[in-house]
Write a protein that binds this ligand. Structure first.
Ligand code: NAP
Ligand code: F7E
Length: 346
C-alpha cells in the first residue's frame, strides 16, 4: 500500500516533534518546514534526521516560513501532501503583546497562505488541513466549561490572530469544500515544552533549586488556572481529527483545571520539597527551608491575562474516541524526571 505523506509546518516545536514521531510510527512519509536560524533549532527532532543521500527517506526537512508565501506555495506544490498540519506560530502569549504585528502575520495570515497555496495548486480534493487552534480564543470565558459552541473573547494579540485562523479555516471548508479542520487545544505540556512557558519554567527552576544550582524563581500571576494535558496525547487527537469522514472542529482538553500555585505544589511534592507561602499579591513569596525561593515580578504580569480555562472535550471523546492517557500527576512526574536526568548529565 502507498504510504501517506504529511507536511508539518512548525515541526521543530514541541508539538511538531511529537507529531512527527507519531506519524512515522504510523508509517507516514513526514515532511517538515524549518526556519533558517543562526543557532540550531532542530534539537527536538534530531533523532529523526536522515541523510539526504539515503534512498527512500521517510523524514525530509525543507526551509520555509509561513510569513513567506512563495516558500509555502513551493513546498506544497513539491510535496503534494495528503495531510498538512499547521503548527507554525509565534506561540507565546506574553510575547504577542511585544510583537503583535509579527504575531498576526505568522499566526493569522500564515494559515491563509497555506490554504491559498492548496487552492492555487488545485490540491483541495487530495490535501487535508489541520489548524492549531487554542483555548486562548475563549479568553475572558463566556461559559464554563468551554466547548466548540462557546463564544470567543480573546485577551491577547495571539488570541485575536488565532481567531482569524479559526474562521479562515472554516471559511475555506465552506466556500471551497476543503477538508479543513480546527483543533481547539487547551494547554499541553511535556519535557519538550519551551523553556519560557510557565510549567517548564517551574519544573526546571525547582529542580535546580533543590540541587543548589539556582537560588530563586520569579513568576507573574500565580492564580490563573489552566487545563493542562500532555502534548503526546494531543498530537494523537490532531491526527484523529483528520481521519474523520467529514471535516469538523474539536475541543481537546482534560476537563481538570489547576492554578499556577497548585502546579508549583505538584512539582514540589514530586521533589519532596515543602513550600510555605507568605505575603499577598506582588509580595507573595514561597519559602523552602526558611529561604524565599519563589517571588513575584511585575514584569511577568501581562497587560491582560486569561484567568480561568476549563475544557469540555465530550465531542472528541464521542466522535474521535479520544481521551487523554496522562493526568496532571503523571505529566509532572515525567517533566521532573526528564529535568533531573538532564541535570545529572551536566
Ligand atoms: P512551539 O513549541 O512554540 O512551536 C512553534 C513552531 O512554529 C516552531 O517549530 C517554530 O519554529 C515554528 N514557527 C514559528 N514562527 C514560524 C514562522 N514564521 N514560519 C514557520 N514556522 C514558524 O509551539 P507548540 O507548543 O508546539 O504549539 C504548536 C501549535 O499549537 C502552535 O501553533 C501553537 O500556537 C498552538 N497551540 C499550542 C498549545 C500548547 O499548549 N502547546 C495549545 C493550543 C494551541 P522555531 O523552532 O524555528 O521557533
Ligand atoms: O502561561 C501565568 C501566565 O505562558 C500560563 C501557549 O502554548 O497555552 C500557552 O499559553 C499562565 C498565564 O501559557 C508566569 O500569566 C505566571 O496565566 O505557560 P503560559 P499560556 O499563556 O496559557 C495556550 C493554550 C496557547 O495556545 C499558547 O500557545 O501562567 N504565569 N507566571 C506565567 N507564564 C509564563 N510564561 N511565565 C511566568 O513567569
Amino acid at each position: 500500500m502507498k504510504k501517506k505523506t504529511a507536511l508539518i509546518f512548525g515541526i521543530t516545536g514541541q508539538d511538531g516533534a511529537y507529531l512527527a514521531d507519531f506519524l512515522i510510527k504510523k508509517n507516514y512519509i513526514v515532511h517538515g518546514i524549518k526556519r533558517r536560524s543562526s543557532s540550531f533549532n532542530t534539537g527536538r527532532i534530531d533523532h529523526l534526521y536522515q541523510d539526504p543521500h539515503e534512498k527512500k527517506r521517510s523524514f525530509i526537512l525543507h526551509y520555509g516560513d509561513v510569513t513567506d508565501s512563495i516558500s509555502v506555495s513551493q513546498v506544497i506544490e513539491k510535496v503534494k501532501p495528503d495531510e498538512i498540519y499547521n503548527l507554525a506560530a509565534q506561540s507565546h502569549v506574553a510575547v504577542s503583546f511585544e510583537v503583535p504585528e509579527y504575531t498576526a502575520n505568522a499566526d493569522a495570515l500564515g494559515p491563509l497562505r497555506i490554504l491559498e497555496a492548496i487552492k492555487f495548486h488545485k490540491l483541495q480534493d487530495k490535501t487535508k488541513f489541520y489548524q492549531a487552534g487554542t483555548s486562548e480564543m475563549f479568553g475572558k470565558v463566556q461559559q464554563t466549561p468551554q466547548t466548540e459552541k462557546t463564544p470567543f473573547y480573546p485577551q491577547s494579540p495571539y488570541g485575536v490572530a488565532k481567531i482569524y485562523a479559526h474562521w479562515i479555516t472554516k471559511n475555506y471548508r465552506e466556500a471551497y469544500n476543503f477538508f479543513a479542520c480546527n483543533g481547539i487545544l487547551f494547554n499541553h505540556e511535556s519535557p519538550l515544552r519551551g523553556e519560557t512557558f510557565v510549567t517548564k519554567k517551574i519544573v526546571t527552576a525547582l529542580c535546580k533549586i533543590k540541587f543548589g544550582l539556582q537560588k530563586e524563581l520569579y513568576l507573574g500571576n500565580l492564580y490563573a488556572k489552566r487545563d493542562w494535558g500532555h502534548a503526546k496525547d494531543y498530537v494523537e487527537a490532531m491526527w484523529k481529527i483528520l481521519q474523520q469522514k467529514y471535516p469538523d472542529d474539536f475541543v481537546i482538553a482534560t476537563g481538570q483545571t489547576y492554578s499556577i500555585k497548585q502546579f508549583i505544589g505538584f512539582v514540589a511534592d514530586e521533589l519532596k520539597m515543602k513550600i510555605k507561602w507568605k505575603g499577598k499579591n506582588i509580595n507573595e513569596r514561597g519559602f523552602y527551608k526558611n529561604r524565599p525561593i519563589i517571588k513575584c515580578d511585575k514584569n511577568y504580569i501581562r497587560p491582560l491575562d486569561v484567568q480561568n480555562l476549563l475544557g469540555n472535550a465530550a465531542k472528541a471523546r464521542r466522535q474521535l474516541k479520544w481521551k487523554p492517557r496522562y493526568n496532571i500527576k503523571k505529566l509532572v512526574n515525567e517533566m521532573v524526571n526528564f529535568e533531573i536526568k538532564k541535570l545529572s548529565y551536566k
